[in-house]
Design a protein around this ligand. Sequence first.
Ligand code: HEM
Length: 189
Amino acid sequence: MPAPIESADRWNTVQQLLHWLIVGLILVQGGIGLVMVGLPKRPGVFAVYDLHKSLGLTILALALLRLGWRITHRRPARLPMPRWQQRASGLVQAALYMLLFALPLSGWLFDSSTGLRPLFWWGVLRMPSLTGGPAPAWRDALADLHQGLFWALVALAALHAGAALWHHRMVRDDTLRRMLPGPRRPRSQ
Ligand code: HEM
């Protein structure tokens, strides 16, 4: 049975917290990734790679938590909007969820395929190799996949954020407001 929610009108506190935490961490993580690949390959660069990998695995864990919470807790009622918009937003949200898993998993797969150094989560938890050892034949394809999934996430997240802002500023409904903390103030149409 789904657990009770705080309000039928808005996303609950945990959903809001996970949403904005994951947004913030992906912004930081994307920045680290883009800078990291351009750094000269000196021993000190390993620390940046380790940070990127641990943060990426943390995002994967948060995505799992978020999906679990989403499945076991009700979402707020849908706001009135044309059917095509409801369909489109549902498709984009489903694709965003898939990318939240596929992107860190592709990074982990790439890292496993190199077989260079064992993977530790924050230096503590030894993570298994997803390829069962070095897989040089897959290395380049997995690096391209990781990069491609990142840009797909950037494009979809921009569409998702743009739609939320359009609803807030132009349609003047509660789409964005109900993912933010604070009391709900009904907006005039
Ligand atoms: C949501 C999580 C993640 C995001 C947003 C992300 C983002 C990125 C970005 C933007 C790049 C640079 C791509 C390029 O321009 O070539 C990159 C590279 C890389 N990422 Fe991630 N990443 C994530 C998770 C992970 C995880 C979990 C791992 C490993 C456990 C990982 C391992 C790597 C490695 C090794 C590279 C360097 C690839 C190369 O040398 O070509 N990433 N990542």
